[in-house]
Design a protein around this ligand. Structure first.
Ligand SMILES: *Cc1c(COP(=O)(O)O)cnc(C)c1O
Length: 495
C-alpha cells in the first residue's frame, strides 16, 4: 500500500515520502502527515528476533513507500552502525519497577541521534530520487542537543553542508564544547549574541526571504532544515517503540499481547507522537504518558483542552524540554479534528495571533490515549537521588522528569501496567545537575572532575562523546549579531 503525505494546513494535495522529506515544512506552513498510518503486519515474536536495523526497516518501509528496499536499507545501515556504543542500539534497562529504553548510545549521547543519524541519508536519497541537483544546506537553530546531533549526522555527508546557530550564553559548557569542536569539512557553527528565540527567529527569517532564496538557488544551494518537524525525523523514531516492545517480550518481561504504557519526557512533542504512531500501527501500547517539566503547557492542555503559551518561560535543569510551543502537537490536533485542514488551520491561526486555542469536547474525547503529567525541579532532583540510592542507576534530568511522572501516574491511578520510560539523554550530558541532585557536596567540582566522579559512582565508563571533547581543538569561532545571520551564512558559503 502506498502511503502519501498531506500538509496539516493544505488543500488536500499529496506528496510522496521523499518529496515530504526533501521539503521539510510544507509550503503553506503546515506539517506533513501520512494520509493513513500503515499497519505493521509482522508478528511481534518475529520482531523480537530481529536486530534494530531489521526492525527499523520493517517500520520505515511501511511509511516511506517510494524508497526502494535497497535505498532504505542503505540509509539504515549507514545510520545505525558502530557510531552507537552498543550492538543493541537501544537497550532496555530495568530499575525501580520501570523499563528504561535507553536512546542515548549514539554519537552525541542524546536521543536526537536516533533520527539525526539517518535523516542526512534519507535526505540525500530523496534529493537523488527527485532529481534535485543543488547542494543541500541545512540551517538549524539549537538550544543544545539538536545542533550537535545534526552536526554529527551531516558531517562529511556528500552533497550537504550544515550551519548551526546557538545562543552564545544559552547552552551548557559541555554542549558548547561539543559543538565548537565538531569535525567535518562541511560543518559550520555560529554563536549568536541573543537567546534561543532570537536564533530560531533568525533562521525562520532566512527561510521566509524570497530574495535570499533566489540568491542561494543561483549559487547552487537548496536550503533545508533538520528540525523535528521533518517526517524524516519523526518516522525513524517509531522504530524504537516497536523494538522496545519486542525486546521486552523477548526477555519475558511482557506476555504475548500484554499492554505496555509508555512515559515520554516531552518538549516539541515529536518523540511521543512517534509512540502514538507505533500504537496505531498495532503495537500493544496502552497509555501515552506525556511528561513535562515546569514549562507545563502540555500538562495544562491535556487537563483542560486549552493550549496557552502565554506564560513565563522557565529555565530548568532539563533544558531540551524548555519549550512553550510544541510544534509536533499540530499533527495530533489535525488528527483529532478528524483530519480537517480547515479546523487545524483555524486553531493554528489563533495560536499565532493570541498564543492560545481551545479544542472542542468532541476533539478532547479523542485524546483519551494520552495522560499529561509534570515534575517540578525539586521532584526531578529527588527522583534522580532516590533511584540512584535504591538501585545504583543514574538518570539524566530529562529521563528523571519522565520517571517521576510515571511514578506519580501509577500512585494516583493505583495502576501497575508495565511501563517503558523513554530515556532521552545520558547523565554524562547533564552531569552538573545530575551530580548535585545526588549530593550537593559535588557542587564544587569542575565539569570534568564531576564527569570522572559520575563514572565512578555509577560504574559506567565515560562515553566516547565526552572523552573526545576533553582535548579536542576548537574549530568554530564565528560569532554573529542575531540580526545578521543571513550575512553570516553567505560568508561561510563563500557567496
Ligand atoms: C529533544 C529532547 C527531548 C524532547 O523531545 P521532543 O521530541 O521534542 O518532545 C527530551 N529529552 C532530551 C534529552 C532531548 O534532547
Amino acid at each position: 500500500m502506498e502511503v502519501l503525505y498531506k500538509s496539516t494546513r493544505g488543500n488536500g494535495e499529496t506528496a510522496t515520502a521523499s518529496q515530504a522529506i526533501l521539503q521539510g515544512l510544507a509550503a503553506d506552513g503546515g506539517l506533513y502527515v501520512p494520509t493513513a498510518v500503515p499497519v505493521l503486519d509482522v508478528p511481534v515474536e518475529r520482531l523480537a528476533e530481529m536486530h534494530y536495523r531489521e526492525v527499523a526497516y520493517e517500520v520505515m518501509s511501511r511509511f516511506f513507500t517510494d524508497f526502494t528496499e535497497e535505498e532504505l536499507k542503505a540509509c539504515i545501515d549507514r545510520a545505525y552502525d558502530a557510531k552507537f556504543d552498543t550492538e543493541e542500539i537501544a537497550p532496555v534497562h530495568e530499575a525501580d519497577g520501570m523499563y528504561f529504553l535507553e536512546l542515548f548510545h549514539g554519537a552525541t549521547i542524546a536521543f536526537k541521534d536516533m533520527a539525526l543519524s539517518i535523516l542526512p541519508h534519507l535526505m540525500t536519497t530523496a534529493a537523488r530520487k527527485n532529481h534535485e541537483n543543488k547542494e543541500i544546506v541545512i540551517l538549524t537553530a539549537t538550544s543544545g542537543d539538536t545542533g550537535k546531533a545534526a552536526l554529527a549526522g551531516f558531517a562529511d555527508v556528500p552533497g550537504t553542508k550544515i550551519v548551526v546557530f546557538y545562543p552564545k550564553d544559552g547552552v551548557s559548557p559541555i554542549q558548547e564544547k561539543q559543538m565548537v569542536t565538531q569535525k567535518g569539512a562541511n560543518t559550520h557553527v555560529v554563536a549568536i549574541k541573543g537567546n534561543f528565540d532570537d536564533a530560531q527567529t533568525g533562521v525562520k527569517n532566512i527561510f521566509n526571504d524570497p530574495a535570499l532564496a533566489d540568491r542561494f538557488a543561483k549559487a547552487g544551494y537548496r536550503l533545508s532544515s533538520a528540525n523535528s518537524i521533518n517526517i524524516g525525523r519523526l518516522i525513524p523514531q517509531v522504530a524504537y517503540y516497536v523494538y522496545g516492545y519486542a525486546q521486552l517480550l523477548k526477555k519475558g518481561c511482557l506476555a504475548n499481547e500484554e499492554t505496555l504504557d509508555v512515559t515520554v519526557p516531552t518538549g516539541n512533542f515529536g518523540n511521543i507522537l512517534a509512540a502514538y504512531y507505533a500504537k496505531q500501527m498495532g503495537v500493544p501500547i496502552g497509555r501515552l504518558i506525556c511528561a513535562s517539566n515546569e514549562n507545563k503547557v502540555l500538562y495544562d492542555f491535556f487537563a483542560t483542552g486549552t493550549y496557552d503559551r502565554n506564560r513565563e518561560f522557565i529555565l530548568t535543569s532539563s533544558p531540551s524540554m524548555d519549550i512553550l510551543i510544541s510544534s509536533n502537537l499540530e499533527r495530533l490536533v489535525y488528527r483529532i479534528a478528524g483530519d480537517s485542514e480547515e479546523k487545524n488551520r483555524e486553531l493554528m491561526r489563533e495560536l499565532s495571533a493570541g498564543g492560545t486555542y481551545t479544542v472542542t469536547d468532541e476533539m478532547r474525547e479523542k485524546l483519551s490515549d494520552f495522560y499529561g503529567g509534570y515534575a517540578t525541579e525539586e521532584e526531578t532532583a529527588r527522583t534522580i537521588r532516590n533511584i540512584y540510592k535504591k538501585t545504583g542507576y543514574v538518570l539524566d534530568t530529562h529521563t528523571a522528569v519522565a520517571a517521576c511522572v510515571c511514578q506519580k501516574y501509577r500512585d494516583e491511578k493505583g495502576n501497575n501496567t508495565k511501563n517503558m520510560v523513554i530515556s532521552t539523554a545520558s547523565p554524562f550530558k547533564f552531569t552538573r545537575s545530575v551530580m548535585t541532585a545526588i549530593d550537593p557536596i559535588h557542587e564544587k567540582l569542575t565539569d570534568f572532575e564531576m564527569i570522572d566522579e559520575l563514572s565512578r559512582i555509577a560504574g559506567v565508563k565515560v562515553p566516547q562523546a565526552i572523552e573526545e571533547i576533553r582535548t579536542a581543538p576548537v574549530r568554530h569561532t564565528t560569532v554573529a549579531e542575531a540580526g545578521r545571520m543571513a550575512e553570516a551564512v553567505e560568508a561561510l558559503l563563500g557567496m
